[in-house]
Design a protein around this ligand. Structure first.
Ligand SMILES: [Zn+2]
Length: 120
């Protein structure tokens, strides 16, 4: 992340032509945004609540994979992912994080172009 910050700082040192080339590259690396899915994967072990179960003695069930998504009423909501879906969702979440980084970079480039009055 620190490296990313440094990249952003260095934009002022690039020529406008370099900025445009960099923006084009960032845009070209954007994944298919139809699959965009914001959230993060978390693994949790759980108790089932049955008194005589091994989980009551600390041997929890799982871990189970959840998609943790935006806050609703102050608490994050968790979507359970059966194993058959976990890999697909993991790929989409990773691609979405990459898309966010690229869009942040594109925005920073456009901001720099704006400050030069060269945004079109
Ligand atoms: Zn149990």
């Amino acid at each position: 992340m620190k490296e990313h910050k440094r990249e952003m700082d260095s934009l002022v040192e690039l020529s406008s032509r370099q900025l445009l080339a960099r923006r084009r590259r960032a845009f070209g690396r954007l994944p298919d945004l139809q699959g965009y899915l914001a959230g993060s994967l978390v693994e949790q072990a759980r108790r089932c609540g049955k008194e005589r179960c091994r989980c009551a003695r600390g041997e929890l069930h799982g871990p189970y994979v959840y998609l943790s998504v935006g806050k609703a009423a102050g608490r994050r909501s968790m979507v359970y992912l059966p194993e058959a879906l976990a890999q697909l969702v993991r790929q989409k979440v990773i691609a979405s994080e990459q898309a966010e980084r690229l869009l942040t970079e594109i925005s920073a480039i456009n901001l720099e172009l704006l400050s030069r009055r060269e945004l079109e």
